[in-house]
Ligand binder design. Structure first.
Ligand SMILES: [Zn+2]
Ligand SMILES: [Zn+2]
Length: 302
């Protein structure tokens, strides 16, 4: 699994930062979170496999988060895409997407399925699930949790002890079934360990809110907006300061925090912005356009 912050500016792009977009690559599938203007060029420049995008999750319908959709879809069409594309987002996503696709003499060669989703729903993919949760931004707005499925792994020592080794019966145990081995019953609990899946969380745009902390709990990686420094947060309704993003990461006990949605006013002050978050949460990085983050697989607990 790899994660890229593709576009990391706030509502206005800067020389070095484009409008919001993030990609999770999982087992050959690319999942896009937000699609600001210019996203497709960034994806091409970073060789991020634009045609492999299977699902797009829009956090909310402010233009900086969706204005790249039409161009991206037109390119997919011109490149001869046939696979369906799935688009999800908060209430009115179907209506807004219809409006976009009704613009100009636009044709398409592949199916686009659009769904308004709500907190509590789970979008289930191959080996993962994605959950939206409500955040506070003055309009319908979501953050998203990407969670890898639990894995069932055989405890090698225990298997060797019993002499089961690579018997085809291992598969049965992994599926949670009891087996008979040398006249004895062996239950899956004896030899199979559950390994929790990895968890990536994206905030979208939000002010500091409890729901964010709740859903980000124990995440391996939290990509959180940090629009401004704390001293002007009172002038930025519906957004989070770098200090607050650090606080959220600390309270949610995440492993790593990546700051994004950085206002261009900090072009020469990014170190200060980062330092502010690090005072609250040490393992903080600043997102950059096209920067890759990886998350190691979890190990079974003893
Ligand atoms: Zn925004
Ligand atoms: Zn917004």
């Amino acid at each position: 699994m790899n994660i890229w912050t593709v576009g990391t500016s706030s509502a206005v792009p800067s020389r070095n930062r484009g409008l919001p977009a993030n990609i999770i690559s999982y087992k050959g599938e690319r999942i896009l979170f937000d699609c600001g203007e210019g996203t497709q060029r960034k994806l091409m420049a970073e060789k991020l496999g634009l045609m492999k995008i299977s699902r797009i999750f829009i956090s909310h319908w402010h233009a900086d988060h969706f204005s790249g959709l039409l161009g991206l879809i037109q390119t997919m069409e011109m490149e001869g895409r046939e696979e369906p594309l799935y688009i999800y987002g908060p209430p009115r996503t179907e209506e807004f997407t219809d409006n976009i696709l009704d613009t100009g003499y636009f044709q398409r060669s592949f199916d686009i399925f659009v769904e308004n989703i709500v907190e509590g729903e789970e979008i289930v993919g191959e080996g993962y699930q994605i959950k939206p949760f409500e955040v506070e931004h003055g309009v319908n707005a979501f953050g998203y949790v990407f969670e890898e499925e639990q894995k069932r792994k055989a405890n090698k020592d225990k298997m060797e002890e019993l002499g089961i080794g690579s018997s085809p019966k291992v598969g049965k145990l992994k599926r949670g079934e009891e087996i008979e081995w040398e006249g004895e019953r062996v239950s899956p609990e004896e030899v199979i360990q559950t390994v929790e899946g990895r968890k990536i969380v994206y905030s979208g745009d939000t002010s500091k809110c409890e729901n964010m902390i709740k859903y980000a709990e124990d995440a391996d990686l939290l990509i959180h907006e940090a629009t401004c420094r704390h001293k002007i947060i009172d002038q930025r309704n519906g957004h989070t300061s770098a200090k607050q993003a650090g606080k959220i990461a600390e309270k949610a006990d995440v492993n790593k925090l990546v700051l994004t949605h950085i206002s261009r006013r900090y072009q020469r002050e990014e170190e200060e912005l980062l330092a502010e978050a690090r005072e609250e949460f040490k393992n903080t990085k600043i997102g950059e356009d096209g920067k890759e983050f990886s998350v190691s697989p979890h190990r079974p607990e003893d």
